[in-house]
Unconditional design. Structure first.
Ligand SMILES: Cc1cc2nc3c(=O)[nH]c(=O)nc-3n(C[C@H](O)[C@H](O)[C@H](O)COP(=O)(O)O)c2cc1C
Length: 380
């Protein structure tokens, strides 16, 4: 019987427990590169069975927010090397989340002020990028209208993912997680209400919807090995201007089978049901997600399943015990509790996270959350 503290072999990587730190954008890379401060932040949290880094842009085109540490320049690779060396030196394990935001970007972030790219030329309503406004000030700005990628151009984007995966290996990561969730580029191909293409990537068929994702997985897998790839997906997701669609289950079961057949390491789902950014009136349901995870088990029995989003210790224990998931993730709890594993193990209380400092930059709310201090015994 497995519990939160049982070790797990993740496609050849021995992890000491089933608690993972999910990707958390923290905007602490002043030059879009990781620093020693970023290395300290992750190292403080390295008792997690696995850390998945914050989203790391694979190219300037793939960036939607300033101050995200990317993985496409030599300086960025060197920045991440500081992080992985430090995390590994204390026995931690770390994947990098490879990120292309597609249409959730802004002309001020793109080369020569160009349009962001997507499967479509429709803008993402209500989805904000973090760029420069008309006065040159940095802050949240509405996503710009994208241009639809030409059919022949898509191979170039696939190539950017391959280069980023190569860079990730050079930077010392144990693997890569493709960010195919939350309304970013992969979702823009997977979702039939966004993808309005008429070429072979058309969303009219499930095969067409999945084509871009599978091309990236095949190309990255050929470069670094399928066992070093995880993928983040948000079936029933609505964050990032993603409309719900009827054949969600059919689409994601087909994707799960195709990925399972290829031998990737894991599926990672974010349950958005209770998340603070989820648009009101459009909450997905945790039950539908759970049913899908059970279907993935039958079509992809060798692929590990990660789940996060409103996770509690009790829920994680139950889902792991029942074999529904293999690893449980705690996002905001990890922001505030660097020693989360020890806190769960000892039933110590959790620090609350300060939402005001999630993206502000600097040490406050980043590296200053203390581990739990066991109260000193009272003197007689
Ligand atoms: C500050 C913040 C930044 C986030 N950044 C990312 C990100 O870069 N990539 C991603 O896939 N999810 C991101 N997420 C979603 C988290 O990975 C996680 O799914 C979410 O926090 C729900 O888990 P929780 O309820 O335990 O916090 C972010 C969430 C927060 C709060």
């Amino acid at each position: 019987m497995n519990n939160l503290f049982s070790p797990i072999n993740l496609s050849g990587l021995e992890l000491p427990n089933r608690i993972f730190m999910p990707p958390l954008t923290r905007s602490r890379g002043p030059n879009d590169a990781a620093t020693e401060q970023v290395a300290l932040y992750y190292t403080q949290r390295a008792t997690a069975g696995l850390i998945v880094s914050e989203g790391s842009p694979i190219s300037q085109e793939g960036q939607g927010y300033f101050y995200n540490p990317g993985i496409f320049t030599p300086e960025q690779i060197a920045g991440w090397r500081l992080v992985t060396d430090s995390v590994h030196s204390v026995g931690g394990h770390m994947f990098v989340q490879l990120w292309h935001v597609g249409r959730i970007s802004h002309t001020s972030i793109q080369a020569n002020g160009g349009a962001p790219v997507s499967s479509t030329d429709k803008a993402a309503d209500n989805a904000m990028a973090f760029g420069r406004d008309d006065n040159g000030n940095i802050g949240f700005v509405p996503s710009s209208k994208p241009r639809a990628l030409e059919t022949e151009e898509i191979a170039r984007v696939v190539g950017d993912f391959v280069q980023a995966a190569r860079n990730a290996m050079e930077a010392g990561f144990d693997g890569v997680e493709l960010h195919a969730a939350n309304g970013y580029l992969f979702d823009q191909f997977l979702n039939p209400f966004i993808n309005d293409r008429t070429d072979r990537y058309s969303a009219k068929t499930v095969e067409g919807r999945l084509r871009f994702t599978l091309e990236v997985v095949d190309a990255v897998g050929a470069e670094i090995g399928m066992n070093r790839i995880g993928i983040r997906l948000t079936p029933y997701g609505v964050i990032g201007s993603v409309p719900m669609f009827d054949d969600t289950e059919e689409t994601f079961v087909a994707l799960g089978k195709a990925l399972g057949d290829r031998g990737i390491a894991y599926f990672h789902v974010m349950d958005q049901t209770g998340f603070f950014n989820t648009p009101e009136g459009q909450k997905p349901t945790s039950d539908a997600i759970k049913e899908l995870l059970i279907k993935w088990r039958s079509v992809a029995p060798n692929t590990a399943i990660f789940l996060d989003g409103g996770m509690t210790k009790a829920k994680a224990e139950e889902l792991i015990l029942n074999g529904v998931i293999d690893m449980a993730g705690f996002g905001q709890a990890y922001i505030a509790n660097p020693d989360l594993v020890a806190r769960f193990r000892n039933n110590w209380p959790l620090n609350p996270a300060d939402r005001a400092t999630y993206y502000t930059g600097g040490a406050k709310g980043y590296i200053d959350y203390s581990p739990y201090r066991v109260p000193a015994p009272a003197h007689a």
